[in-house]
Design a protein around this ligand. Structure first.
Ligand code: HEM
Length: 489
């Protein structure tokens, strides 16, 4: 009898999966996959880039992948992405289930939230952070201060080979920390080093397309094959540190001296509490938003700078040309600034080429639609998980001929002006476009130009050039490498 029941249960489950995984008419095309299991063999997080490139080549802008009964739809290409996210505007609905967003960030914050909560806190975040320089030129002063510390630390290596990752992470973390926490950490600070290391590991060791993001039950299996338990442990520690920063702010909050984003939030919370209003300015919302801003603001930009240094190492002529341009415009004894940018078009073009070719965010995070959407003759169902494949824009040979070649001149017009940068897909587009785009571009330009002005980027004598292959995770990051930075005096 028991065996009969078990068999019946198995057959029922298989039947349900089969029925749920049946594709409707005009479903976006994709590889056929194994019955019931779907395409679990076709999309491996560690080789997602190459797989998605091949799938778009074969099937076009819309590609569907099935994990058991669950459909993932990848929208690629500039035209289709714009059609969906810009022309149709308000198509994105509630965030679908994904482990990181649902279990770790509890669908709070900005990145992991949706609907009214997302709208309110995206707007509040942008407005509050702007008071402290976010997206404004006044942020330059903060970045230049950090560059001073950064270069002093670089000097201490005296041209000897070293891994620049921890230093870049901590320096970039300090820029966002100034806006969000109102303070910078010493470059030797152990907590800051621990946060950066946990977050770097988090983004390189998991992917939005990992099975744990679609099948919550995997977290309950014994052991930690899918890394979900470690992820929870690491975030418990990150939240613990963030909570202590929030507590410190709460105990020293002064309405007449608002220091940073946390203060703005706490003040808003207090006002709403005092007015006995129902509101979303909860402690959980604060903790998650602060952690998201810190993660998004630190990891992506520092990864882009690391790619930039690596590409310059591989392209010494580009370094020389940047340095010549800087030396012609910037008097010795000071660093390049944003006001110099119009006179440093090649340097700016290099930054754009780094953003394009490095593909720091190869796909967006998961999204879902409010309703079924018909496009390019296919129907994208609202219960599918949707990803925008930004890599397919940045590597589109029609937009960027010979896309795998590092060629900053593709962004230079014949009369030496920066051009064509709007074609880049790196920050996504539409309502969910990256909140920190202008900050990231500012940091990339200022860090890269100051570094090239002062040092020659070289590989360690006798060693081969480090690989330009990256590690696929939540972001696409370079493998660990060492460089020598020899001072130019
Ligand atoms: C090179 C650097 C960066 C790249 C390539 C990048 C890329 C992106 C992309 C592609 C998205 C869209 C994600 C999606 O739709 O799921 C995004 C969202 C976001 N980014 Fe960035 N980002 C960078 C730097 C920054 C910085 C410096 C911040 C500073 C706070 C930031 C904050 C955010 C936030 C909060 C979101 C979520 C926006 C929303 O869902 O409304 N990013 N970023």
């Amino acid at each position: 009898m028991d065996i009969f029941l078990v068999l019946l249960a198995i057959v029922t489950i298989l039947l349900v999966i089969t029925l749920m995984s049946r594709e409707r008419k005009n479903f976006p095309p994709g590889p056929p996959g194994i019955p019931l299991l779907g395409n679990i063999n076709d999309l491996k997080p560690e080789s997602m880039l190459t797989t998605l490139r091949a799938l778009h080549k074969q099937y076009g802008d819309l590609v569907s992948i099935r994990f058991f009964h669950h459909h993932l739809i990848f929208v690629g290409g500039s035209k289709s992405t714009n059609e969906l996210l810009v022309k149709r505007g308000d198509v994105l609905g509630r965030k679908p289930y994904f482990f990181i967003g649902t279990e770790i960030f509890q669908n709070s914050g900005v990145f992991a939230s949706s609907g009214q909560l997302w709208k309110e806190h995206r707007t509040f975040g942008i407005t509050s952070l702007r008071n402290f320089g976010f997206g404004k030129r006044t942020l330059q002063t903060r970045i230049m201060e950090e560059i001073d510390y950064f270069l002093a630390e670089v000097d201490s290596y005296k041209g000897k080979p070293f891994d620049i990752q921890p230093l870049i992470s901590k320096s970039i973390a300090n820029v966002i920390a100034a806006l969000v926490f109102g303070k910078r950490f010493e470059l030797t600070d152990r907590t800051s080093a621990e946060m950066c290391s946990l977050l770097n590991e988090f983004v390189s060791s998991t992917a939005f397309q990992s099975s744990i993001n679609f099948f919550p039950f995997l977290d309950y299996l014994p052991g930690d094959l899918f890394g979900s338990k470690k992820l929870k442990r690491d975030f418990d520690r990150i939240f613990e540190v963030m909570q202590s920063i929030v507590d410190e702010h709460r105990s020293t909050l002064d309405e007449n001296n608002i220091r940073d984003y946390i203060d703005c939030f706490l003040l808003e919370q207090k006002k709403k509490d005092e007015a006995s209003e129902d509101h979303t300015f909860t402690d959980k919302q604060l903790l998650v938003t602060v952690s998201e801003f810190f993660t998004a603001g630190m990891e992506t930009t520092s990864t882009a700078i690391r790619w930039g240094i690596l590409y310059l190492l591989h392209n010494p002529d580009t370094q020389k040309r940047m340095r010549k341009e800087i030396d012609n415009v910037v008097a010795s004894g000071r660093f390049p600034l944003l006001d110099d940018k119009p006179k440093l078009p090649f340097c700016e073009a290099v930054c754009y080429e780094v953003l394009r070719i490095a593909n720091v965010a190869p796909t967006t995070g998961p999204h879902a639609l409010k309703d079924d959407v018909t496009m390019n003759g296919y129907v994208i169902p609202k219960n599918a998980t949707l990803f925008i494949d930004l890599d397919s824009i940045n590597m589109d040979p029609d937009l960027f001929p010979d896309p795998f070649k590092f060629n900053p001149d593709r962004f230079m017009s014949e009369d030496g002006v920066v051009t064509g940068t709007e074609k880049i897909g790196s920050f996504s587009t539409g309502r969910r476009v990256c909140m920190g785009e202008s900050m990231a571009k500012m940091e990339l330009f200022l860090f890269m130009t100051s570094l090239v002005q002062r040092y020659e980027i070289q590989k360690e004598a006798g060693k081969p050039l480090p690989s330009l292959d990256g590690i696929e995770g939540l972001t696409y990051s370079p493998k660990k490498y060492e460089i020598c930075l020899s001072r130019i005096d």
